[in-house]
Write a protein that binds this ligand. Structure first.
Ligand SMILES: *Cc1c(COP(=O)(O)O)cnc(C)c1O
Length: 394
């Protein structure tokens, strides 16, 4: 390898290490379930986004296996060439119905769906209004679009109003928000955002990666939670790798929105379709998620149990509305130490540190799943209590 390249890479790595931001891959053996073996250690994991427990659901796996027999493995080409199978078409119809939108379009990842959407909707002369804590893929999508970016304070419609009032008059306006914030677990104030969008003729786009399957009567996400429809939220995006338990993403909206993506979105056109077996597995998981009232009830009970336990430990946490329940500890070193003690006790809970979250807001990000048991949540709370007391400065 060239010397200058080696020097460059070593220097980059040194910077990361010195900043205390080194990240380490852990290797999982076996399926994504709460009880798992990671780096050879048996743990109970409280960090996956598999909120309904569909990632290892036998019915979803069976659908994948059956589709593997029918379609084999590779997609072979992009959707617009010959990679678009009947399994993809059926999944898109199911997602349109699930979201109550005219049409849906499947993408290989949520990151790409966001790049595609934002680039399709805005360019250099337009303005995007973004919640300051939006997901990294949304922030990158806005950067790549070349549009002007106006960040408003987290979940603060009043600040958004000020931004809208002062925005340049030319160009289109796009408001972009997570439906459920991935690091904070709170729900965006969508009714207020929708009202502002209407008032200022802005387009509202919601990335509901963490809302779908969890919120709403049939898992329809944050829009269903608030009773908002396509008139309120015309641009809706979701991922398939979280509550749906598989992988990929989708956009749901009007016929014209979807057709425009198909015709013009480079991250849609120039990428290979997801394998058909994955689409078929996801179709099974959409059907299960829609009817999974019992799983959502159990999940809600676990969230309440965890919340009560955190209250008893004097730890602040968001309202028990979503399965993302971060425990803010402040100091990055303390968060890391407590996560490490939990790991030694057999619980996998990641410490999330800056720059993923703002300075001074390092946290444990606990996520719950409908396949956790109440006993596992109680055991986590006990271990957390011990870890807090064992930690210097705790
Ligand atoms: C995970 C996530 C994405 C990215 O989706 P992938 O399918 O994992 O690429 C986008 N937005 C939000 C809010 C997410 O949490």
């Amino acid at each position: 390898m060239s010397d200058s390249l080696q020097r460059f890479l070593h220097k980059r790595l040194e910077t990361v290490r010195e900043a205390g931001l080194w990240r380490r891959l852990r290797t999982l053996d076996g399926p994504q379930k709460p009880e798992q073996i990671i780096d050879g250690q048996r743990v109970v994991a409280f960090c996956s986004n598999d909120y309904l427990g569909l990632a290892a659901d036998p019915a979803v796996s069976a659908a994948a296996r059956e589709a593997l027999d029918a379609y084999a493995t590779g997609a072979g080409a992009a959707h617009l060439i010959n990679g678009h199978t009947r399994a993809h078409a059926e999944l898109e119809q199911a997602l349109a119905r699930f979201t109550g939108r005219e049409r849906a379009l499947v993408f290989s990842t949520g990151y790409m769906a966001n790049l595609a959407l934002v680039q399709t909707l805005v360019g250099r002369h337009d303005t995007v209004f973004e919640d300051r804590w939006n997901h990294a893929s949304l922030i990158d999508a806005v950067r790549l679009s070349g549009a002007r970016s106006q960040r408003y304070r987290h979940a603060d419609p009043e600040h958004l109003r000020q931004r809208l009032e002062r925005a340049p008059a030319n160009g289109h306006r796009l408001i972009v928000t997570d439906g459920v914030f991935s690091m904070d677990g709170d729900i965006a104030p969508l009714p207020q955002l929708a009202a502002l969008a209407r008032e200022f003729d802005a387009w509202l786009m919601v990335d509901d990666a963490h809302g779908f399957t969890v919120l709403g009567e049939t898992g329809g996400g944050s829009c269903q939670h608030f009773g908002l429809d396509a008139g309120d939220v015309p641009i809706l995006m979701g991922t398939l790798g979280k509550g749906f338990g598989t992988a990929g993403a989708f956009v749901a909206g009007s016929e014209a929105l979807i057709e425009t993506l198909i015709q013009t979105a480079r991250p849609y056109i120039y990428t290979t379709a997801m394998p058909a077996a994955l689409a078929a597995a996801t179709l099974a998981s959409v059907r299960i998620a829609e009817a999974a009232g019992d799983r959502r009830d159990h999940l809600r009970a676990l969230i309440r149990r965890l919340g009560a336990g955190l209250d008893a430990l004097g730890l602040p946490h968001p309202p028990p509305d979503t399965p993302i329940q971060p425990v803010i500890l402040g100091d990055a070193a303390r968060a890391t130490a407590i996560a490490e003690r939990l790991r030694q006790a057999g619980f996998l809970v990641p410490a999330i540190r800056p720059p993923t979250v703002p300075e001074g807001q390092a946290r444990l990000r606990i996520t719950l799943s409908a396949v956790h048991s109440e006993a596992q949540v109680n055991a986590l709370l006990n271990a957390l209590e011990r870890a807090l007391h064992a930690s210097p400065g705790g």
